[in-house]
Design a protein around this ligand. Structure first.
Ligand SMILES: Nc1ncnc2c1ncn2[C@@H]1O[C@H](COP(=O)(O)OP(=O)(O)O)[C@@H](O)[C@H]1O
Ligand SMILES: Nc1ccn([C@@H]2O[C@H](COP(=O)(O)OP(=O)(O)O)[C@@H](O)[C@H]2O)c(=O)n1
Length: 421
């Protein structure tokens, strides 16, 4: 077993494991002895002949490589595993301990598929940063045990001792919230810059992005004119409103991410969250630099800014219902201390049905496939709630369902009240 895998072991029995089945997490722990505890539900539903496995990707010191590998692992498993094998997202963590989350997959196969699955896992453990365990019924037939695999120079074998798997309560903090800071959301220019810089060797476009960045985050004077950010989900009317505000106020309109990043956006959208989110975070600093210049001449309207970066990142990192989000007031929702703070942030909200209607009218209604609807609904609710929880500045919610002109008037009232325009 590699040194890095060994480093996960000392607190192995303090770790909780979570398997996500149909979007719901099932938690279990491992113990050296069992005292008649319940068999975890994940295993209770498994048929007699079935065998289960877990593949966890442990974090090497090279975060970029780990993030890339995690994304590639899913593709590899889906491609190479027998089609009957069921693959579910899985994680292991120390309850409520920051940065303790390791992610992976839970595999369920039957006796017909165990040989090809085990061949694939043997190959993985020898070449990649993974920790593999298999799960099978214990001798008494009542309990299930976890056996950790170990790779030696020539073969893969079970570590002799098995651990019993027992049911575990849901932790206070949803596991996916443990690693958000500086992996999904960046709270300073330097943290995001560091990720982009390290990407330079494997993603040539990262170098081009670095060249577009302001040479340093300058402590500019506050712009003379107000800076107003318009936020909201796709099709809530941001483009319509920002164009009208620009004309009405004689303002400069800046999109975020800035136009200079457009050629690279599709490229970074394909990357794992660590890299993708660093790209968007850096975009805000470019926009902030532009705000600093334009805000000396005219009012500035910004189409999306840090609220979007953080809210989408948090809502994607966390799965399930809104209650899984980090609680209100969590440091996760704090504004980066080195990022320009706008005078006003307006969040446009819209009834889901009306939003869908506007998406359809714009000719982009194809994402609303029935089977995805539930998932999207929860995602939408998480984004909106994360928007509302972000502070420093917090956003002011405006109902975007009235006519475009009435929404404009409503926002102008807010601007005049807050920014003395
Ligand atoms: N207040 C409004 N009432 C009705 N339709 C609107 C309103 N604002 C925008 N729209 C229409 O809804 C669609 C989405 O608006 P858009 O401004 O492109 O949203 P976003 O920039 O937030 O994606 C467009 O077809 C637009 O004409
Ligand atoms: N400042 C920004 C703007 C967008 N984004 C990301 O861009 C996506 C939304 O872009 P979009 O193309 O749907 O935006 P619009 O079509 O609404 O302008 C979200 O996934 C956000 O994560 C960001 O992270 N930071």
């Amino acid at each position: 077993m590699s040194k890095q895998a060994m480093s996960l072991l000392p607190r192995w029995c303090s770790r909780i494991f979570s398997v996500e089945l149909n979007g719901a997490p099932f938690y279990f722990a491992v113990k050296e002895k069992h005292l008649g505890e319940d068999v975890p539900r994940v295993f209770r539903e498994v048929q007699n002949r079935d065998k289960c496995y877990s593949v966890l990707v442990y974090c090497s010191r090279d975060r970029i490589k780990t993030a890339k590998f995690y994304g590639e692992l899913k593709d590899k498993l889906l491609r190479d595993l027998p089609p009957e094998c069921r693959l579910s997202p899985m994680s292991s963590f120390l309850p409520n301990v920051r940065d303790s989350l390791v992610k992976g997959y839970f595999l369920k196969g039957n006796s017909d598929t165990s040989s090809p699955i085990e061949r694939l896992l043997s190959d993985l453990i020898q070449h990649d940063p993974v920790l593999v365990c298999s799960y099978s019924p214990a001798e008494d037939g009542q309990q299930w045990t976890q056996h950790m695999w170990s790779e030696t120079a020539s073969q893969v074998m079970d570590v002799a001792k098995g651990y019993y798997v027992v049911s575990s309560e849901a932790p206070e903090y949803h596991p996916s919230t443990l690693n958000i800071i500086n992996s999904d959301v960046f709270y300073s220019f330097d943290e995001a810059y560091d990720v982009m810089k390290k990407c330079g060797d494997i993603i040539p476009e990262a170098k081009a992005v670095l060249e577009l960045l302001p040479s340093r985050v300058e402590a500019r004077n506050k712009p003379d004119f107000p800076v107003i950010v318009i936020e909201g989900l796709d099709a809530t009317g941001k483009t319509t409103l920002t164009e009208s505000l620009k004309d009405t106020l004689g303002a400069t309109l800046l999109p975020s991410p800035p136009e200079c990043l457009s050629p690279w956006r599709a490229r970074f959208d394909q990357e794992p969250p660590l890299i993708r989110r660093a790209f968007y975070a850096l975009g805000n600093y470019i926009t902030a630099d532009q705000i600093g210049r334009e805000g000396m001449k005219t009012p500035v309207i910004v189409d999306r800014f840090w609220h979007s970066t953080a809210a989408y990142a948090i809502a994607t990192a966390v799965s399930g219902p809104v209650c899984n989000l980090p609680g209100e007031g969590s440091e996760v929702y704090c504004w980066p201390s080195d990022l320009f703070q706008p005078s006003l942030v307006v969040l446009l909200t819209l009834d889901p049905e009306e939003r869908k209607r506007r998406l359809r009218n714009r000719g982009q209604g194809k994402t609303d496939e029935e089977e995805e609807l539930d998932h999207n609904q929860l995602f939408r609710l998480r984004v909106e709630e994360a928007y509302r929880r972000i502070s420093g500045p917090a956003c002011v919610t405006v109902d975007a369902s009235p006519s475009a002109d009435r929404v404009l008037q409503q926002v102008l009232l807010l601007i005049r009240g807050k920014c003395h325009l």
